[in-house]
Each structure stands twice: as C-alpha cells, then as structure tokens.
Design a protein around this ligand. Structure first.
Ligand code: HEM
Length: 337
C-alpha cells in the first residue's frame, strides 16, 4: 500500500452540509453575473463575454496529451493509462474579465478539453500562479465584487470586508501573480484547487518542456496581440510542449483541500510527471488557424466537465460548477461545449 492510499482526507462543507453549501453557490453565481454585465458595459461590448478570462490569446483543436509509458501505478486512473494519446482543444487567455492589451500586467490561463470516448470530455483549467488569492469561493467572489468599485477606495473597502491582515495577504498574492508575460510557451500553470485522482486528492502543474518553448529569439512584441503573435512565431517553427505533473495530498496542514490560498510546496508534495501536452507546429494565424481559434472560443470549459474519478474538490472548486455554468449560459457558449 502506498502512503497516498494510507492517507486520510476529507471535504468540509461551508454551512455544515453539501446541500446548505450548494444553496450559497446560487448567490455567488448571481454576483459573478452582475460583474459580467459591468464588464460588458466597461468594454463597450454588444454581448456578454466570459466573466473572467474574456480574451482568447490562442485556440487550437489539434493538441494531444501523450501519456508517459511509465506512469507510476497510483496515477494510472481512468484515461490516464500508459502510452495513451488523447486529442485536446486548448484555449489560452488573459485572466481579466475586460479584454486588455497583451503587454498589460495580468495573469494568464490555460483551459484544456480532453476528448474522451462517447462525446465525454475532461476539462483542466489552470492559471500561471501557484495559489489563489482567495481561500474559498465566497472570498473569491467578494474580492472580485470589491475590485469592481472605485480604485481609490479599493483597499479601504477590502480591509472593511476582510480585516487588515487578510486584505493585505490577498493584495500581495494578486500583485505577485499579475505581471507581463514573456510568452505563453514559457509559462508554468497550476490548477490551484484540488481534485480527485481516483481515490486521493491532487493538484496539477504544467511546465514548458521543450527548449524551443523558451527560445528567447522570439521576443514578445509590445503590441495589443503580442502574446498571440509571439506564440504564432514559435509554433510556425517548432511544436510547443508542456509536461503535466501531479502533486499528491500529504496532510491537511501542508496540502489543504479547503484552503486554496496555501501553496502545495514541491518540497512537500513533489510533482510526478505523467504526460506531455503537445501542440503541433502550425500557423495559427492562417485562415484555418483563425477558424480553429473561433471554434475554441465558443466552447464552455468547466472543471466539472470531468469523469467522477476526477471530481473537483474543496469549496473553491465545488462552487465553480454552478458559477461557470451561469457565466457560459449568459455569453451563449456552444451547447456542444
Ligand atoms: C482557484 C482556481 C481557479 C483557476 C485555476 C481558474 C482558472 C480559470 C480559467 C483558465 C478560465 C478560462 C476558461 C476558458 O478559457 O474558457 C476561468 C474562467 C472563469 N473563472 Fe476561474 N479559475 C479559478 C477559480 C475561480 C473561482 C473561485 C471562480 C468564482 C467562483 C471563478 C470564476 C470564473 C468564471 C466565471 C470564468 C468564466 C467562465 C465562462 O464564462 O465560461 N474562477 N478560470
């Protein structure tokens, strides 16, 4: 028996039960819809957009997740079988709810949709900073709501809501995460929230894997779409690849399930590689490439689009099913997403 199988873990529901907690998620979804509408107005957009991550940077439909031939036994779960190759669509984004220039400070996201048999999918969503500024979903939504108000009084209102220490902790985390990017192919991405991996909780990490990913000769242009253009240049010449690795739950103190603001340190929960996400060399700015990008932008990604073996865990992740669903319905996601 491995240490993981021996470990005990549990989920703790806000309000004491799954039913009470779920009720609270309606309000969070509604608060995010209010933000979505404010963002639409701020952007001068005719239709609602994703409440967060509104700007697509890159969208491809022909990526593959190639599983390692020697995936360690505890990680061989569901479709994660040694040597399997699974087709994937990928959407890279800027995190802001209002589309910004690519050279602006922001976080970046990657949303991966693995195509499973019988029209099922497994969505994996990650951002390029290891932890969330918010411990739980309510904190995430309250922070987002406060951030919509007057910037001059933002800090004051945050302190009034959370107290000085917690407000400063969140501001510091957000400021560390928000920065310019030297190219999407150079970024690492984290799931930040926990998810089930068969029988035990994990978090996921994605890191650039090829030398060509970090080819510095392809500097990012300081243009509105510089991240897309930089990625297109690299991908015209080479494939781009990332290694997918898994961090396993150790204990509630070091690898909490309910507190998404605590980093699962690699010294405590070393990432174990299980596969390579490969984006084939191609011209993403050609007519076909732009068509694929538009198609990906119509897909709704949701961490709850996952087989039960990979169920999202922890309050921050439990809330996301309802919140993302409401947001996607409002912007009119493709029903096949
Ligand atoms: C903590 C871990 C989180 C990660 C790694 C994450 C990552 C992402 C990513 C990558 C996207 C873009 C998806 C796409 O390309 O379509 C996204 C969208 C979004 N996120 Fe999160 N997110 C997190 C937490 C949350 C929380 C706690 C909320 C609110 C309760 C939230 C609300 C949203 C919404 C509303 C969207 C837009 C969904 C849509 O309209 O399709 N996120 N997130």
């Amino acid at each position: 028996m491995t240490n993981i199988e021996k470990s005990t873990w549990t989920e703790v529901y806000d309000g004491g039960s799954a039913e009470v907690e779920r009720e609270g998620f309606h309000q969070l979804a509604q608060a995010m819809l209010d933000i979505q509408e404010k963002n639409r107005v701020a952007a001068g957009a005719p239709h609602a957009m994703r409440t967060l991550h509104s700007k697509i940077l890159v969208g491809v439909t022909n990526a593959e997740l190639r599983m390692d031939s020697d995936i360690p036994l505890p990680f061989q779960v569901g479709h994660f079988t040694p040597g399997a190759v699974i087709g994937a669509s990928i959407r890279f984004s800027n995190a802001s709810g209002v589309p910004k220039r690519d050279d602006a400070v922001d976080m970046r996201g990657i949303a991966i949709k693995l195509a499973l048999p019988h029209g099922q999918s497994h969505d994996i969503l990650m951002t390029n900073y290891p932890v969330s500024h918010a411990r739980n979903a309510k904190q995430f939504v309250q922070f987002a709501t406060i951030a919509m108000g007057d910037p001059a009084t933002f800090k004051e209102r945050l302190v009034a809501q959370f107290g000085a220490d917690e407000a400063m902790r969140m501001i510091t985390a957000v400021m560390k995460g928000m920065r310019p990017s030297a190219g999407l192919q150079t970024e690492a991405f984290w799931s930040r929230g926990a998810l089930l991996w068969g029988t035990f909780p994990v978090r996921l990490v994605l890191r650039p894997s090829l030398d060509s990913n970090v080819d510095q000769s392809e500097a990012v242009h300081a243009t509105a779409d510089g991240l897309r253009e930089g990625f297109a240049n690299v991908l015209n010449a080479h494939p781009i690849a990332f290694r997918l690795a898994i961090q396993s739950y150790v204990d509630e103190e070091h690898t909490p399930i309910e507190d998404a603001a605590v980093e699962w340190l690699e010294s405590v929960a070393p990432p174990v590689g299980v596969g390579t996400l490969l984006i084939p060399s191609q011209n993403i700015l050609s007519e076909d490439g732009l068509r694929a990008m538009a198609q990906v932008n119509e897909l709704a990604f949701n961490p709850w689009n996952a087989p039960p073996l990979f169920r999202p865990l922890g309050n921050i992740n439990r809330a996301r099913g309802k919140v993302y669903g409401a947001s996607a319905r409002a912007w009119g996601a493709s029903p096949h997403g």
